[in-house]
Design a protein around this ligand. Structure first.
Ligand code: CMC
Length: 436
């Protein structure tokens, strides 16, 4: 899958060493420095891993310059238009789209693993009113290891298969339970006769006094939204999953780490932050002021939902979501002034030299919140939606990582602190707590 066609030469301290250049199947080139420290004493420095490939992966391919995203070789546009989320989850986790039999088996595995252990239901009562659902989600997923053992990397292939299906399926149940708890309504259990997305919508919105009518259009949309979020190679949360997992931590603790990483506003938390920011701009009325703030080096303000580490062209996911958003609002007759505002901001940014020079385009999070709002999903659940969708990606990367390498993730550093210090001999010291 990977080839080595050439080498680079490093000259240092009067010596020369050759470093292999590894080429991926799509032509990505990487300098293999794994022997460099042994041979030269040098390490590489790359804060934020801006220039570092941390692994070889066969799951997702991105060409950020051309705005290309593919899962297992399939373009995201085609998957979003033609496949279901469950099929895409299977594709990511198993490497190929399922046959009819594999689809039935996988769906039934997801169904059988969708119930949350009854004793865990009571955990929801202990969270304070108003707790963010992302905090509840990561805590609950972490706790799953106590209820569902046999998920360490040395367990059987069958246990791994079941645990992966369980975490993909149960997180949806936990998310819906957390929402019901937050609004003081009785929880709704998963149903075996509903598809993955329909089941989630039903658990979120069905109520004893207001039965939920499952709209096929909402189910289709949720499939599209989940598919476009399902994986994105070595982003912050996936890197967290691979790093934590490399210590041979159990699958649930590993996924809980991914959920925690995703909650940050620079990552998945951006979808909630976008809506909050749009409302702030709407209330103020002066778009120009916020564009100026975003461009001001001395102002920490950033235009949320803009920019991306990898995409230096329009994020293909943002394009899909933007189109779906416009179509859904038009079809349902919803007029959301925030969509007009988002369009206006995009137009200004795309004609402004600051954004043009830095290649800052709307990312996946810019339009998702508007679409979720239109579907009736509350704002504090936006990032949870992202987490549900990203589950197959995290699971696929965890499986690839445990089958690929036994190396624990353990970067080096360049120490820049004090050199050797001497304690002042003879000086009397009191314990710290007596020094008040
Ligand atoms: N608003 C204003 N300026 C920006 C923005 C923005 N949203 N994003 C980047 N820049 C500027 C940044 O100030 C820097 O300028 P200069 O070269 O003059 O110093 C330049 O563009 C490059 O930015 P960077 O911070 O070095 O880029 P990065 O790759 O480290 O960060 C990012 C990527 C996504 C964290 C960043 O673009 C950002 O903070 N965006 C807003 C938050 C957001 O929308 N996050 C969701 C990302 S997509 C979904 C996901 O991954 O979860």
């Amino acid at each position: 899958m990977k080839t080595q066609k050439s080498e680079a030469v490093l000259k240092f301290d009067g010596r020369e060493i050759t470093l292999p250049v590894i080429i991926g199947t799509e032509g990505d080139k990487g300098l293999d420095i794994s022997r460099m420290r042994k041979e030269t004493g040098l390490v590489t420095i790359d804060p934020g891993f801006v220039n570092t490939a941390s692994c070889f992966s066969q799951i997702t391919y991105i060409d950020g310059e051309k705005g290309i995203l593919r899962y297992r070789g399939y373009p995201i546009q085609e998957l979003a238009a033609k496949e279901t989320f469950v099929d895409v989850a299977y594709l990511l986790v198993h490497g190929a789209l399922p046959t009819e039999k594999e689809r039935m088996d996988f769906s039934s595995l997801l169904n059988r693993n969708s119930l949350l252990h009854e004793d865990m239901r009571h955990f929801f009562d202990s969270f304070p009113q108003g707790a963010h659902p992302m905090h509840i989600l990561s805590t609950m997923v972490n706790a799953m290891a106590a209820f569902y053992p046999n998920v360490d990397v040395h367990t059987t292939a069958r246990n791994i298969e079941h645990s992966c299906a369980r975490v993909i399926s149960i997180v949806r149940t936990i998310a819906a339970f957390a929402y019901k708890k937050s609004i003081g309504e009785p929880i709704v259990y998963p149903r075996h006769d509903l598809s993955y997305c329909a089941n989630f919508l039903n658990m979120m919105f069905d109520s004893p006094v207001r039965p939920y009518h499952i709209s096929p259009e909402a189910v289709r949309l949720l499939n599209v939204l989940f598919i476009v979020h399902a994986d994105h190679e070595q982003n912050c949360s996936t890197t967290a999953v691979r790093a934590i997992g490399s210590a041979q931590v159990n699958l649930y603790a590993t996924i809980a780490a991914g959920i925690s990483a995703l909650s940050g506003p620079l990552h998945g938390g951006a979808n909630q932050a976008v809506i909050e920011q749009l409302r702030m701009i709407q209330a103020d009325g002066d778009i120009g002021k916020f564009i100026r703030k975003a461009k001001d080096k001395d102002d920490p303000f950033r235009l949320m939902g803009f920019g991306h580490r990898v995409y230096k062209a329009y994020d293909p996911r943002a394009e899909i979501v933007r189109n779906e958003c416009e179509k859904y609002l038009a079809a349902t007759g919803i007029h959301d002034p925030l969509l007009d505002l988002a369009h206006r901001i995009e137009e200004i940014a795309r004609n402004d030299s600051y954004f043009i020079e830095r290649k800052l385009y709307p990312n996946v999070d810019f339009y998702t919140g508007i679409l979720y709002r239109a579907m009736g999903i509350p704002e504090n659940m936006f990032t949870v939606m992202f987490a549900l969708a990203r589950l197959p990606g995290w699971v696929a990367h965890w499986r690839e990582m445990i089958s690929d390498t036994t190396k624990i993730v353990r970067p080096r550093q360049i120490y820049v602190g004090r050199t050797l210090q001497k304690l002042d001999d003879g000086a009397e010291r009191l314990p710290a707590d007596l020094l008040v």
